[in-house]
Design a protein around this ligand. Structure first.
Ligand SMILES: O=P(O)(O)OC[C@H]1O[C@H](O[C@H]2O[C@H](CO)[C@@H](O)[C@H](O)[C@H]2O)[C@H](O)[C@@H](O)[C@@H]1O
Length: 269
């Protein structure tokens, strides 16, 4: 069903029509807040059915690659958004790559931490656990190269802000961490990869003539900045962005993707 805030501007429609005609196309997406609305428990998060259907449809088309570039790890992405194993995956904010649709020699990247990085990660995990103990409702999420403090389950907004600020201070006092504030989350990684590297890796691996990248958060801006002049950046929501286009919500994106999949199908004939 369409909604009044869905009407695509003529400029966005024109950009999508142009992208749909690319000889080789990459359509790449952030996950949380973009394909999937936020949930209190990160494990419950799923792409909206309309968005998932459009991604699956696009990924089945010739000369069309679908990528997911997320802060989530590859295990989560495989089991939740790539069940049919047709998508290119960049996990852990660009640190992990799974390029299986391109064949076995496409150049996957897995995380191997040095002794020093493992020590830094242990210290970060301890710091998160200490903050979780002090703030009822706060939760830890462990990842292959990092750890997050989640405060969405906390009822008191000012306590949530306080927990996030305290977590930031604790991370800043430790060595070897890249800190990424997010949406009611404070995350750190012992690796320095960004979503810019994720976008570049997928463009390089697919040889895409043109790419679409869609994201909602601060970390997605690295991906937006990695786009080339012929590519299109699309922001979900109202946060600051370098992207030239916006949609209001994951729901609006799902509807746009249905239209975009049809444009691509028509262009491929
Ligand atoms: O790069 P993304 O795909 O956007 O992942 C960024 C982080 O998203 C997740 O946290 C966010 O979504 C949760 C589920 O909706 C929500 O509870 C939380 O408040 C959000 O910040 C995820 O849990 C993190 O690991 C990702 O790094």
């Amino acid at each position: 069903m369409s909604s009044p805030d869905d009407a695509l501007s003529p400029e966005l429609l024109e950009a999508l029509r142009r992208l749909a005609k690319a000889p080789v196309l990459l359509a790449a997406f952030d996950f949380d807040g973009t394909l999937a609305p936020f949930t209190v428990d990160p494990q419950d998060s799923r792409a909206l059915p309309e968005a998932q259907e459009a991604l699956d449809r696009l990924a089945a088309m010739e000369r069309t690659h679908v990528g997911i570039i997320s802060g989530r790890d590859l295990g989560f992405l495989r089991s939740v958004v790539d069940k049919d194993r047709t998508k290119l995956l960049s996990g852990s904010h660009g640190a992990e790559l799974d390029l299986h649709p391109l064949g076995p020699d496409a150049g996957d990247t897995t995380i191997r931490l040095s002794g020093e990085q493992l020590v830094a990660l242990d210290r970060a995990v301890d710091a998160v656990r200490e903050v979780v103990d002090r703030y009822p409702g706060a939760k830890a999420e462990l990842k292959p190269a990092g750890v997050c403090l989640h405060t969405r389950p906390m009822e008191d907004q000012s306590l949530s802000d306080q927990a996030l600020a305290e977590m930031l201070g604790r991370f800043e006092a430790l060595d070897g961490l890249r800190i990424t504030p997010g949406q009611q989350v404070m995350e750190c990684s012992v690796l320095s990869a960004t979503k810019g590297e994720g976008v570049e890796a997928l463009i390089r691996a697919t040889g895409a003539d043109a790419a679409l990248f869609v994201g909602d958060d601060v970390t997605d801006e690295d991906g937006m900045r990695a786009l080339r002049p012929q590519d299109v950046g699309l922001k979900v929501g109202d946060k600051e962005t370098v992207a030239p286009f916006r949609v209001a919500s994951p729901e609006a994106l799902g509807r746009l993707l249905t239209q975009f999949a049809q444009l691509r199908a028509d262009a491929l004939g």
